[in-house]
Design a protein around this ligand. Structure first.
Ligand code: MN
Length: 227
């Protein structure tokens, strides 16, 4: 096939133990820990999860510098469990969902909070607040075959060594299998899809020069610097 210019680079995430995970789509879940829902001024009643996308090429791998994005003066960190799929489909049951999981990683759903809140209040899409360049740092993926089904474990984030977020992924309002099941009723999921599963309380601003470090028990840590 004669493409008219060099194709865009394939976005990949390193896999612990070797290999690269090719990324198809980056799905994100909004409001999935009760204490974070409260800090964002909303009611943590268990409503169906809601979703948004980040651009696939907004992925930043561990150790890379993250440029502070344009048009914002309030960029927030959001530490999240990331699920990487190597199988997909439509209408996947929660009971079968873990069989679609290739592995897990630690992600930071970087957010232009000022633009996100403006959009939220105006009833507009979150895209400029959430989907900007380099908005999705992700650690190396640990294979589910190595770490098992991840349903509990401490999730934490530090900025310049000071703890900002600390919770347990057992406190997810919607579990990983429930998220996959719900998402698969809206979109046909496929190998290469990754899902950011939501952040616990403690979100806050980052500035240029900050070293942002996050982790989840049994997973590879995520360290990036804001420049
Ligand atoms: Mn988030």
């Amino acid at each position: 096939m004669a493409v008219v210019f060099d194709p865009p680079r394939i976005v990949t995430i390193p896999v612990k133990g070797g290999g690269e995970f090719p990324v198809r789509r980056v799905y994100c879940v909004g409001r999935n820990y009760a204490d974070h829902i409260r800090e964002m001024g909303k009611d943590p009643e268990r409503e169906p999860p809601f979703f948004f996308l980040k651009a696939t090429d907004s992925i930043v791998t561990n150790g890379a510098d993250v440029p502070y994005p344009s048009r914002s003066s309030n960029v927030h960190h959001e530490i999240e469990l990331v699920v990487a799929l190597d199988r997909g489909g439509k209408n996947i049951s929660a009971a079968n969902a873990n069989a679609c999981v290739f592995g897990y990683a630690v992600g930071n759903d970087l957010t232009r909070r000022d633009l996100q809140i403006q959009a939220r209040e105006a009833g507009r899409p979150w895209f400029t607040g959430k989907g900007f360049d380099a908005s999705a740092p992700v650690s190396a993926i640990s294979r589910r075959a190595d770490v098992g089904d991840l349903a509990m474990g401490t999730i934490w984030l530090k900025v310049n060594g000071v703890e900002r977020q600390c919770a347990d992924i057992a406190d997810l309002v919607w579990s990983v299998p429930e998220i996959i099941a719900e998402l698969s009723t809206l979109f046909e999921l496929a190998a290469g899809d990754v899902i950011f599963t939501g952040t616990p309380a403690g979100v806050g601003p980052v500035v240029r020069g900050d070293v942002v470090e996050g982790g989840i028990d049994r997973l590879e840590p995520l360290i990036t610097r804001i420049i």
